[in-house]
Design a protein around this ligand. Structure first.
Ligand code: CO8
Length: 258
């Protein structure tokens, strides 16, 4: 039973995960990370095809819990960092496609949570940043790894070295978020995007994500080899037969997971 994480199952194979600790702007302490890990384990085993991740109240997540970190020893800090990295890696490698619906502040560990999702929608009022440097630390939940891969090393280093927050418009311009939507429409637009994706074949979506995620850590030729192998695997699914038959018969495809 989670105190700070809620998971709702919506129609059409979409799950909505909410970080719910609004009195501390959803700051991530060890308890929240542990709860997140166990909820994600359940999501991974489920039939859902898309997971939307958001925050309760006015923040997405305002970072790791500074009060809990303040007196950590070197060993405790390293353990906390590894735990956060492990939980966020679980999110990043879920078989489901994940969509961060960034409703407000996404700072430090909160921005790292958004970076671990596959897609990011930001409310027009959202603010994103990695202010760790202003606290005398570097990010510990993989921002130094994921951010340069997403927006390039120079832009990433600038944000990490200054701790500057960016607004949603700048975040979209530098490729940090896929798109900006009015706050009042965020939930609905995230759901629409999730449902559009969830209409596709579950097998195909999983192979697609696998090819992208694995390809990021491989050389170009290895990544292409991997894509060819996964492309081949599509052809042992009924959904490939259905998708191509439906096209040739001029009708919408009915994939097996519907
Ligand atoms: N940790 C703990 N409590 C927090 C955090 C946080 N990250 N952020 C906000 N809160 C709490 C505040 O202390 C406050 O509590 P209280 O009401 O009891 O005083 C409550 O949430 C509301 O916050 P504010 O009153 O500050 O709200 P404002 O609207 O004035 O300001 C801000 C909002 C700008 C978001 C401000 O709260 C802020 O700057 N927060 C901290 C942001 C930050 O620096 N985040 C990065 C943290 S470091 C990190 O995430 C590193 C991750 C890797 C860790 C590696 C392991 C070692």
């Amino acid at each position: 039973m989670s105190e700070h994480i809620t998971l709702e199952t919506l129609d059409n194979g979409v799950g909505l995960l909410t970080i719910n600790r609004p009195q501390a702007l959803n700051a991530l302490n060890m308890q929240v990370l542990d709860e997140l890990a166990s909820v994600l384990d359940g999501v991974a085993q489920s039939e859902r095809r898309v997971l939307v991740v958001t925050g309760a109240g006015r923040a997405f997540v305002a970072g790791a819990d500074i009060a809990e970190m303040k007196d950590m020893s070197r060993e405790q800090a390293e353990t906390f960092s590894r735990r956060g990295q492990q939980v966020f890696a679980r999110l990043a490698t879920l078989p489901q496609i994940s969509v961060a619906a960034i409703n407000g502040y996404a700072l430090g560990g909160g921005m790292e949570l958004a970076l671990a999702c596959d897609l990011r929608l930001a409310a027009d009022k959202a603010k994103l940043g990695q202010p760790e440097v202003t606290l005398g630390i570097i990010p510990g939940f993989a921002a130094t790894v994921r951010l340069p891969r997403l927006i390039g090393a120079a832009r990433a280093l600038e944000l990490l070295a200054t701790g500057r927050m960016v607004d949603a418009v700048e975040a979209e311009r530098i490729g940090l978020v896929n798109r900006v939507v009015p706050l009042d429409d965020l939930r609905e637009q995230a759901m629409q995007l999730a449902e559009q994706i969830a209409r596709m074949s579950k097998v195909t979506l999983r192979l697609l994500k696998q090819s992208i995620i694995e390809g990021m850590d491989l050389s170009r030729s290895q990544a292409e080899e991997n894509e060819a192998m996964l492309f081949g695997r599509c052809f042992s699914s009924l959904d490939q037969k259905e998708g191509m038959s439906a096209f040739l018969e001029k009708r919408p495809a009915k994939f097996s997971n519907h």
